[in-house]
Write a protein that binds this ligand. Sequence first.
Ligand SMILES: [Fe+2]
Length: 308
Amino acid sequence: MRRLIEKAYIRYFLRSKLSVRLGRYFYRNNGGLLPNLIGKFVLLRDQFICRRESGLAFAGADTEWAKSLRENGYFIKHPDDTVDISSLECINDIWLEYLKDRDVPVDGRLQLTSASNDEKIEQLLPHLEKVLSGGTVPTLEAFYQCKTKVLNFHIYRIFNPQEIGIPSENAYGSTSNWHTDGSTTESLKIFFMLSDITPNDGPMQILNREESRGLFGSKLFGSRVGAQALDEHISRFNKPLSLTGKKGTMFVALTNECLHRASLPDPGRVRDLLTLQITCTSRKVSLMNQLRLAKFKEVFIFKRLLSL
Ligand SMILES: [Fe+2]
């Protein structure tokens, strides 16, 4: 019952047709008006408070990937000696243990989310803390120009839709179609590859910020053009980046602004990713406490106004 109410709230309020249309018109994304307005507000608020308390503490801390995020909307970092591969391997072991004897859900995506009370979440925390404590936090702060925190995290595996008997357009909660996420727009996502991802494993694909904005401003979204027509248009006229790489590759993306999708793994192949959703804040909270409190769900959008 609660799940049904949440779905109806998202569909008819947060992402109602009017809200989505206004969001496209004013902000050139598909997230809806409220997630855009709240996203803009909380970022300005937290930047203002941090600037008042710490002066220009973030001004000199810019890095290559903070700049790339601003310009392109994404950044890919191939594994180097700053990536804690052994912690990622521990995370992968816990994930593989979780997968044992689990059936594939009807949408073809199996996931372990921090919003659940599964005992495996607690086991993941120290390893996640190590993975993030490299150079990730200062770079996030350089991008946001204020402090940051983890909103939620999850690990998920996608399967070949034909193998499990579902139409590919409905796969993974329809995230196999080009889309932008509907979270508050200040948030971004960090992805870690838990194993090598090749073109055969259904890599995520993404368009940069400018290309995505261009498409939202075009007639493609102004009429009843379906997912297939958008896919054909992007195949002909755009250059999506396919997120392939070795185990330990990190990928950061503004998923509320950049069009992206899950491509389909070949039969017999799967693709695993660890994802953390990040937002701005004005309070300093230890990484471990951030991870323990990372239970945010999209339906709690107004909580973003209260959490500093
Ligand atoms: Fe998405």
